[in-house]
Write a protein that binds this ligand. Structure first.
Ligand SMILES: *Cc1c(COP(=O)(O)O)cnc(C)c1O
Length: 370
């Protein structure tokens, strides 16, 4: 019998403890300055963000969801427009398209990466299509060269939903610098997380950056002069101060996550392997998700042995009630549907020890007879 261990899924507590003094000091400094909104920490964090990614403009905002909304507002996505995306993602991707009155047009995913199948995009393009929004699921970017080429042929904008892939690379360039606009999230459980909600938008276009900065503050160009209809979508100064510290250690965290991913890969049966990572890219393992045919029972068994798991995502977007009006049905995107029924995310964080990964792999073997 294996001695029961208690595994932490994302280990946010340890992420705080590891640099507690630095975080506490930075938080107290912001409190002392009382510059809670757009304080100097915002400016300096944005500079470091753009430097880290190698992109001209990094614009912080209140969440990954707001990042997607602001990016689409910046290119005037509106009622009647169509935006092509994947049905196998977090709801916000399709939701923000719909919130602007546009239609999310789904394209099924690849069987081996769970990312949008670029070879099926072109057949979905119509005269109403304005943008393509690939999602870099679980930390690995989609086939961006192919997607950018399609976009160029049809004069479309590409917006990378990089909420899960901050720090990942594609052909030696970083995610968030692979398309016209990119959006990421600093939600606590993302690879680079803050202590609440946060997000950022990236672009090399001066014009788009100016507009996004304005949209972030109610469309204002100068105080009380409103050029556009915008939102209140700023990042809190406190979160910028926290992220500034986290970013310093982030390369180390990425390497630790990749090591965990590699250890899982080595120990888990090939029939359950996580998505394959294509040779021209690296992942930051936002999730380490495997496919298991009988999921509910396994989740319960693992839970009893101290191993928390999660499902990203149990229901593809086209089958969500909020999208009933699109009149999709089961069978429309068979790969997304099949994978949503079998996918299971294992604990993933930079602090997992070899013994813990061994333990998780052993328990998996025990309950799945592999
Ligand atoms: C987390 C996530 C978002 C939304 O980010 P929030 O910061 O939670 O608003 C959007 N898209 C994807 C793919 C995500 O994983």
């Amino acid at each position: 019998m294996l001695k029961t261990m208690k595994i932490d899924f994302a280990n946010l507590k340890l992420a705080y403890q590891e640099h507690k003094e630095e975080f506490d000091q930075a938080i107290l400094k912001v409190c002392g300055s009382a510059k809670y909104i757009m304080g100097p920490e915002i400016v300096s964090f944005e500079e470091k963000l753009s430097e880290f990614i190698g992109v001209k403009h990094a614009i912080s905002c209140a969440s990954g969801t707001d990042a997607l909304l602001l990016a689409m507002m910046a290119i005037n996505i509106q009622h009647g427009d169509e935006v092509i995306t994947t049905p196998f993602t977090f709801i916000a991707t399709g939701e923000m398209i719909a919130l602007l009155g546009a239609k999310p047009v789904f394209v099924d995913i690849e069987e081996d990466t769970y990312n949008i199948n670029a070879s099926k995009i072109e057949e979905k393009i119509t005269s109403k299509t304005k943008a393509i929004m690939p999602v870099s699921l679980y930390g690995q970017v989609a086939d961006m060269d192919e997607i950018n080429q399609i976009a160029e042929r049809h004069k479309l904008t590409v917006i990378e939903d990089a909420a899960q892939s901050f720090g990942a690379t594609y052909k030696n360039k970083k995610s968030c610098n692979l398309s016209h606009i990119a959006c990421t999230s600093f939600f606590p459980a993302k690879p680079l997380g803050c202590f609440g909600d946060g997000g950022a938008i990236f672009t090399n276009s001066d014009q788009l950056a100016d507009k996004i900065k304005s949209l972030r503050v109610h469309g204002q160009t100068r105080r009380y002069q409103h050029k556009y209809i915008g939102i209140g979508g700023r990042m809190d100064t406190l979160q910028a101060a926290i992220l500034d510290i986290k970013l310093k250690y982030y390369e180390k965290d990425i390497l630790a996550r990749q090591k965990v991913g590699q250890l899982y890969d080595d120990r888990i049966s090939s029939t359950q392997k996580a998505p394959i990572i294509k040779p021209d890219r690296t992942t930051v393992w936002a999730q380490y998700s495997i496919r298991v045919p009988v999921r509910d029972k396994l989740q319960q068994n693992l839970k009893e042995e101290g191993i928390p798991t999660a499902i990203h995502y149990p229901k593809p977007l086209h089958l969500q009630e909020c999208f009933d009006y699109l009149s999709h049905q089961k069978g429309d995107f068979p790969i997304a549907e099949a994978i949503s029924e079998e996918i299971l995310s294992l604990p993933m964080n930079p602090y997992l020890k070899v013994e813990e990964i061994d333990y998780i792999a052993d328990q998996l073997k025990r309950f799945t007879n592999t």
